[in-house]
Structures are given as C-alpha cells and as structure tokens.
Design a protein around this ligand. Sequence first.
Ligand SMILES: [Zn+2]
Length: 377
Amino acid sequence: MLFDFQAVFAKMEYKMIKKRMRQGKVAGAKKGMWTNGSPPYPYIYNRATKQIEVDADKLKIYREIVDKYILGMSTLEIAINLNRRCIAPPYVGKRNKYGWSHVTVHRLLINEIHLGYIIYGKSRNHRGTPQLVDKEDWIKVKGEHEPVKTEEEHEQILARIAQNAIIPRKCRVGTLPLSGLLYCSKCGRRMQFKRRETKNGSYWTAMCVYAYPDGTKCDQVGRKLDDAFYKALYQKITKIDEQTLELVDEINEQYQELQALCEMKQKELAQTEQAIENLFELYEDGKIPKQRLSDRIAGHEKTKAELEAEIEKCKTALASQVNLVTVEMVKRRIDEFKNLWLNATDPSDQNSAFRLLIERIVYDRKDDGLRLDVLYK
Ligand SMILES: [Zn+2]
C-alpha cells in the first residue's frame, strides 16, 4: 500500500493547529476576552485591547430598539421604522442588503452578549461536520465589555417573545369567523380584520397590512365582510364542481412537489449563509486576505439572492395553491361544516366550523372581483 505521507502529515498538522487555536479561544473566552470575531451591534472590536467596545451612535439605536420593543412595538415595525430613517443596519451592503429585518432585530434583542457576557462554544466541529451544542454546554462568562441592557430588560424581552409565541392572535383581538384563516395571495401573509365605523353603524373589513422589509406595503385591496361576502364563501366551500374534483389529485401532487422544492432551496440558502459566515470568521481570524474574502463573498451573495428570489416565488405559489385531500373526505367534512355553520350562534362558533374544514382561504381581489381559493384540511 502506498501512502501520501506528505498529505497525511499536513492534515495532522492542520488538525493540531486547529485544536490549539480552539483551546486558545476557549482559554481566552474563560478569561473574559473577546474571541468570537465580529461582535454584535452596537459593539465594535478593538484589536489593540482585544476587547469589544460600545459605539456611541450605534448604542442610541440599540437602546431605542430595546425600549420600543418593551413598550410594545413589534420587531417588524421597529425594522421598518429604522429603514425609513435610513439607519445603517449591522452589516451594510453585504450580509444585509435589504437593511434591517425583523430577524435582525429579534436576534439583537435576545443576545446575551449585551448583558455583558461572552458566549463561546455554540457549535463544534465533529469529524468535519459542524454541530450545534446544547445551551447548557455553552461557555458563558462575564466579559470585560460594558453591558448595554439590564437583566430586567432581558427578562421583559424574553417574556414578550414567549407571550407572542403562545397566545394566538384570536385571543388577543377577539375571534371572528375567519380569524387565522384568511391569507393574502400577493404576499402570502395572514390578513387582518379591522372594524370600520360609519354613520349607519359599523362593519368588519379584511385587509392586508403587510409591509416588506423596505417599507413598501402589500398592494392587496381590502374588502368589506358583509353578508354577500360570507354567502359567496359559503357557496365556494360547499359546492365543489366536477372540474375541481378532477383536479384534486393533480393539484395535490403539484403542491407536494413545490413544497419539496421550497424545502430544498431553503436548505441551500442556509448552507450559503453558513458559507458566508465561515468566510467572515476566516477573515476575522486573519486566515484569508480581504480581496479573497470579497471575491468569494460576491459569488455567495449572488447565489443567495437567486435562492431568496426562488424561495419567495415558491412560497407565493404555495400560498395560492389549492390542495384537496380526498374527495370523500372533503364531502363528508362539508356536510359537517354545513351542520355546524347553520347552528352557529356567534363568530367563535362560525370560526370553529370553518376550522373543521379549512386549512386556509387565499384572498385575491382583482379588478373583476374577489377570488377566494380554499385549501381544505
Ligand atoms: Zn398581502
């Protein structure tokens, strides 16, 4: 047998160096030194002191984010507001070309580094594959840097996030017949219900209030939820025409294919994002020169943009797909629905009736009228 000893030794040496570096990082982290590459907003890294420092201008913005969130503003509203005012996002032009997003804001809000901690060892390399480490095994020590939020504020933030996750929307605003079921065909987001007051009384309307991260609003046109609307919906739900029945299987198949495609693209996107992160880390550690970093980032960014566009397309297509399970199932459920609907005495009962049968209703208002697509459970 022949061995390429040179290669084997090179590999061993590389592993050794990596191990020592990791140990150095852990030791540094244990002493409260910053060893993690670029620090989160509003901190900046000082190479001379090997510490992270607070950037005064960024701190103002950061504090505003914390205060507004605690006061009840959503992460999305905060992001849109920052973009409107042209406040530079944490990574200008590279990792965050759309400016602030609700994800950026969310990540900043939950970060424990801002409490004055240094966290190390969130992931490790296991035989070449990166793995996530359980939270209790993270190395978390008090750092030398200045905290920018208090423990109380952090608790309040976590409490609000937990609350938003647990309490469904309908409990917060009162249940309407279509609560949680009506989705916009244009942006794929859930539509909202607003009460309108007029001289002749008040009524409910359905509208899309979604705004993209750059602040542009979804241009879906809202509609009054009057008797005519519910009648049309009832007709749509209870009468499945022959053509629809024939389409059932075909559509089911298409839907699943599209879903698989979407998942695949999302996986690729995550990999690309990881690759970008890795490059930044290599650069921060001085392992690759700046020119090489920007060359390679450019390639990844292009792939990322393409993937994001494809995922957006997939999602829009998925949101507007009609997916019937089996004809018999739907027919049986429709009978149950009719029964429940006719006996419903309040909006909450009506909502239960819809939920029995329907996964979602996709709303699309065009010049020639309203189109409702029903996705059965
Ligand atoms: Zn919309």
